[in-house]
Design a protein around this ligand. Structure first.
Ligand SMILES: [Zn+2]
Length: 214
């Protein structure tokens, strides 16, 4: 598998990959290609400069990337038969400029990064990984309606976490100027382990890295 070709499209339903959304896809492709090419630098820095990806047009292009992510979240909610808030649909359709309810943050999973580097350096294995967390639903106190859903997904070490809060007017993705900060973390249980101790190739009979997307 060529990680450069790994896209979130793999987890999007065909119905949502329609013509209207192809403009989002094109901006996302530019964004994803840059993340792939500069992965080591971005992991070291903990942020990306959107001007470095899109040039002066980043203020127009980055909202399309955000809509690409929103489209993905809507697909997953639809799959689970969760009612998508009207405000989110209106944002996607360009009816309103701001995104309510849905908060998203990108982060860097250092364990996934370290394991991929180990696989490449030690075992000569080049590959990508696609991660899809379970979607959790939070019910209202009466247990009759869904207050919020949350989940995460990742392409290689770059993860997108989201929370869709049906009652909150706030949402979106935070940028500091043209800077997209990506906090770096190691999932619980992997903070203190050596990669070679959890590598399947180094430990054919040992513990597997089963929880890297936590
Ligand atoms: Zn190994």
């Amino acid at each position: 598998m060529n990680s450069g070709k790994l896209k979130f499209d793999k987890v999007l339903c065909a119905r949502c990959n329609n013509e209207r959304s192809q403009v989002f896809d094109r901006s996302y492709d530019v964004f994803a290609d840059y993340l792939h090419e500069k992965e080591s630098l971005i992991v070291a820095a903990g942020y990306v400069r959107l001007t470095a990806i899109f040039g002066a047009g980043w203020r127009d292009r980055m909202p399309e990337v955000v809509k690409y992510f929103v489209k993905h979240v809507c697909c997953r909610m639809a799959e689970d038969r969760v009612l998508i808030p009207k405000g989110v649909v209106d944002f996607l359709n360009g009816v309103r400029p701001d995104l309510p309810h849905l908060s998203m943050e990108m982060s860097i999973n250092l364990s996934v990064h370290d394991l991929a580097k180990h696989e490449a350096d030690v075992h000569g294995v080049q590959g990508g990984s696609l991660w899809l967390g379970p979607q959790q639903a939070y019910l209202d106190p009466s247990g009759t309606s869904i207050d919020a859903v949350s989940s995460h997904l990742g392409v290689n070490c770059f993860f997108l976490g989201y929370v869709c809060d049906m009652r909150s007017p706030a949402g979106g993705m935070d940028f500091r100027g043209d800077c997209l900060v990506m906090p770096r973390y190691k999932p619980e249980g992997l903070q203190d382990v050596e990669i070679r101790d959890v590598c399947r190739d180094c430990n054919p009979k040992g513990p597997a890295l089963a929880d890297a997307d936590g």
